[in-house]
Design a protein around this ligand. Structure first.
Ligand SMILES: O=C(CO)[C@H](O)[C@H](O)COP(=O)(O)O
Length: 234
């Protein structure tokens, strides 16, 4: 584990920690290449920092409509995922990070495209404040993107394993993702084996993506702490 100190020992807000890790992630961006970009408030800090490198990179592949809009507003070219065979690095946040680099993601409802871009990248660098580091995944409700006609069926399948799935709403209606699907937020899960859990839920008809990233885990995590940025490698 390496650590960048906060020499003045100033009190850092959660927003400051996100800014710190967003800037620290620039060291993983390869000049002349296309970078994979995630979604969320921490990634927004990375996108803002990336603007300083926009003339050194070819552009980005984005994981959401929101990130695409932010990248383009800063003058960064956004490529379609199908135009790019492989990315050297994918930078994204997380809702939970365990000691193996397994993640829960999808708090921002972008999990499907995030998993696709992560799978297309040689290295996943996760950026987060230290509140996201946990011993075991599952306190944060696991987002699962589901085709609308399967919502009730998948809800019953989670109930059969003793968990509770709740349909996510936005502005008084079921949230519709960038892919036209819904999100179930699942609590009461025991995720002893994230790889097995991801495999199992992936097989249920109607499930598009489960927000446990075990097959697409992080290789590096830049964690914002009161004393600076800690680098964890998995
Ligand atoms: O998975 C995500 C979006 O689908 C985000 O990366 C995750 O929710 C963390 O977001 P934030 O940086 O705002 O805490």
């Amino acid at each position: 584990m390496t650590q960048v100190q906060n020499p003045a020992q100033t009190v850092l807000s959660q927003d400051d920690l996100k800014t710190l890790v967003g800037q620290a992630a620039l060291q993983y961006v390869v000049p002349g290449e296309i970078v994979g970009v995630g979604t969320g408030s921490t990634v927004n800090k990375f996108i803002d920092a990336l603007a300083s490198m926009k003339d050194q990179i070819k552009g980005a592949v984005s994981s959401s409509v929101a990130s695409t809009a932010r990248l383009q507003a800063l003058g960064i070219t956004v490529f379609d995922c199908n135009e790019v065979a492989e990315l050297s690095v994918y930078i994204d946040g997380a809702d939970e990070i365990d000691p193996h680099g397994y993640l829960i993601k999808g708090g921002g409802a972008a999990l499907t495209r995030e998993k696709i871009v992560a799978a297309q990248s040689r290295q996943f660098v996760c950026i987060a404040d230290d509140s996201k580091l946990v011993q075991a995944l599952g306190k944060f409700p696991v987002p699962v993107e589901v085709i609308p006609m399967a919502v009730k069926r998948v809800t019953r399948q989670f109930a059969a394993m003793g968990a509770t799935a709740v349909l996510r709403f936005k502005d008084g209606a079921p949230l519709v993702t960038d892919n036209g699907q819904h999100i179930l937020d699942v609590t009461g899960l025991q995720i002893a084996d994230p790889l097995a859990f991801e495999s199992q839920v992936n097989q249920w008809p109607g499930v598009v993506t489960v927000g446990v990233f075990a097959f697409q885990k992080a290789q590096v995590c830049l964690l914002g702490t009161a004393s600076g940025v800690k680098t964890l490698t998995f």
